[in-house]
Design a protein around this ligand. Structure first.
Ligand SMILES: NC(=O)C1=CN([C@@H]2O[C@H](COP(=O)(O)OP(=O)(O)OC[C@H]3O[C@@H](n4cnc5c(N)ncnc54)[C@H](O)[C@@H]3O)[C@@H](O)[C@H]2O)C=CC1
Ligand SMILES: CCCCCC(=O)/C=C/C=C\C/C=C\C/C=C\CCCC(=O)O
Length: 277
């Protein structure tokens, strides 16, 4: 989808990857609703973006994505300000193996809730114009991150939910595509939690393994992941696709043949973008 003139909503927008996604959308001509639970950092970001892009190009909304009321209110306020929503990026995420229910609430339950709100506002059957939802998972959505079993489960959940809903959206002709981004380690604040006993609980003794994994997979910088995000947004079609990002390679993930492929007689494996939508 061409980004110029589009309206985007990004969760967890105040810092790290969320900030990177907002900046690249703004640089390409979109207007962006910035949602984050951290009011102070969010307001600072808004002030800095106002200088670069002008105050009308962004809206900062304090929003804890785990609150159903705050989330639906944020969608409502975005519509009141900008009139429509074309792109939603569900990015807010945490690592917390000790308070693992909170990790499930932020990383999975809120992604499902926000995706359904996005669908409700964008789908053609409700008078919407269609659109694109990009859910931020992780390479931990494709394989195990052994220090973080619950984080791994939530990210696998995001991948599975998004792929299934992409097929359902197409079958129901909602006009809304879903895509998933799976980066490896990125230099942001969440990385510090990997060595923190407060967040890793039982698994903080495995910190050495994480160091080894970072050595093996490498460490991305935010702008590299923002470029991959832009690629997902701009490329037409590829509904249900999952883009993996490492320092060496950005590539679509191939999954085994799905039951839908079998039912529809598609002989090839579930290749990303095999659907024309
Ligand atoms: N940094 C990394 O190595 C990787 C990160 N990811 C994912 O990227 C996403 C962004 O993470 P980072 O930018 O790295 O982390 P970060 O910690 O720098 O930023 C996360 C942002 O989400 C916000 N947030 C947290 N809980 C929230 C809530 N309940 N409601 C609203 N906002 C909330 C925070 O205030 C913060 O602004 C997460 O989903 C993470 O799992 C995926 C792969 C690698
Ligand atoms: C808990 C803090 C999380 C840090 C941020 C994050 O999500 C980092 C993830 C980095 C790597 C993911 C770990 C394991 C991936 C394992 C296998 C991937 C296989 C991919 C493939 O080739 O199909």
């Amino acid at each position: 989808m061409a980004v110029n003139g589009k309206i985007a909503l990004v969760t967890g927008a105040a810092q790290g990857l969320g900030r990177g996604f907002c900046e690249i959308l703004l640089k390409n001509g979109a207007k962006v609703a910035l949602l984050d639970v951290n009011k102070e950092v969010g307001n600072d970001l808004k002030a800095s973006l106002d200088k670069e892009f002008g105050p009308d190009h962004t809206l900062f909304l304090t929003c804890d994505v785990t609150s159903e009321d705050q989330l639906s209110d944020a969608y409502q306020k975005t519509l009141e300000k900008f009139g429509k929503i074309d792109i939603v990026c569900n990015n807010a995420g945490i690592a917390n193996e000790r308070d693992w229910e909170k990790a499930v609430a932020v990383n999975l339950v809120a992604v499902v809730r926000s995706t359904y709100l996005a669908l409700q506002h964008m789908k053609k059957q409700n008078g919407g114009q269609g659109g694109l939802i990009v859910n931020i998972a992780s390479m931990a959505g494709l394989g195990p991150l052994l220090t973080s079993p619950v984080y791994t489960a939530t990210k696998h959940g995001v991948v599975g939910f998004s792929r299934a809903l992409a097929e359902a959206s197409e079958a129901c002709d909602f006009g809304v595509r879903l895509k998933v981004l799976c980066p490896t380690f990125v230099r942001t604040a969440i990385i510090s939690t990997l060595s923190s006993e407060e967040y890793m609980g039982l698994f903080s003794c495995l910190h050495g393994f994480t160091e080894q994994m970072i050595g093996m997979f490498g460490m991305l910088e935010v702008p590299q992941v923002a470029e991959a995000f832009l690629q997902l947004v701009v490329e037409e079609g590829k509904n249900g696709s999952v883009l993996m990002v490492t320092p060496e390679i950005t590539s679509y993930v191939e999954f085994p043949k799905s039951p839908t492929d079998v039912l529809s007689g598609n002989p090839s494996p579930s290749a990303p973008g095999s659907s024309p939508q």
